[in-house]
Design a binder for this molecule. Structure first.
Ligand SMILES: CC(C)(COP(=O)(O)OP(=O)(O)OC[C@H]1O[C@@H](n2cnc3c(N)ncnc32)[C@H](O)[C@@H]1OP(=O)(O)O)[C@@H](O)C(=O)NCCC(=O)NCCS
Length: 170
């Protein structure tokens, strides 16, 4: 199976709506059920400044997405960026999230000169926490009863990854 990563485009709106129609994708993110294709078309066609959105494709079909939110207009936060991601329910656990995160980390480290990546994750989202730890994210704290999810409040971990020092070539 070959997973290809590319920049997201407005034409991916239907695929985004499909990703966020999945109960597991909604459970793990801050999205509201019943996503609108039109909302995604607008978001993708007119992205916020400093937003880099990527999709993962298998056989030409979009099966996951990741957004890197940089801070171009906040001079003292230019080294930091936030990450949000989701893989379509039927594609989870097959390496798509790993491929997306690898692309994001490479872009951040090697091209955007970002030294701190940040994200928030529900404390009971084991696959996501495992993925993030694999890429060097650490838990920095817990926000208690931070979000409302499926009828009850949920705690979230604040996680961050500091860019590791570059290996010097011999
Ligand atoms: C979290 C998410 C992005 C991970 O993407 P993915 O494609 O499923 O992840 P991968 O297949 O690359 O696997 C990543 C790691 O999680 C582990 N994993 C996968 N499913 C798991 C599960 N049910 N329980 C525990 N670990 C699991 C994998 O083993 C892998 O670790 P490894 O490489 O050490 O074996 C995806 O599951 C998802 O979109 N979930 C719903 C939305 C969400 O939670 N988004 C994150 C918001 S913070």
């Amino acid at each position: 199976m070959i997973i290809t990563i590319r920049r997201a485009e407005a034409g991916d709106a239907e695929a985004y709506a499909k990703i966020f129609s999945g109960p597991k994708a909604i459970w793990g993110t801050l999205q509201i059920p019943y996503p609108s294709v039109e909302m995604w078309r607008k978001r993708l066609a007119e992205p916020l400044e400093g937003m880099y959105s990527f999709v993962a494709c298998v056989d030409g079909e979009v099966v996951g997405q990741l957004a890197l939110h940089t801070n171009p207009n906040r001079p003292r936060r230019r080294h930091a960026a936030g990450i949000g991601m989701a893989v379509r329910d039927d594609w989870q656990g097959k390496g798509v999230g790993t491929a997306l995160m690898q692309a994001a980390v490479d872009l951040a480290d090697k091209w955007l000169n970002l030294s701190r990546l940040e994200l928030e994750v529900y404390t009971d989202n084991e696959p996501a926490i495992r993925l993030y730890k694999k890429f060097g994210f650490q838990i920095e704290g817990t926000a208690v009863r931070a979000d409302f999810r499926d009828g009850e409040f949920a705690d979230i971990y604040m996680m961050a990854r500091l860019r590791p020092p570059r290996e010097t070539k011999p």
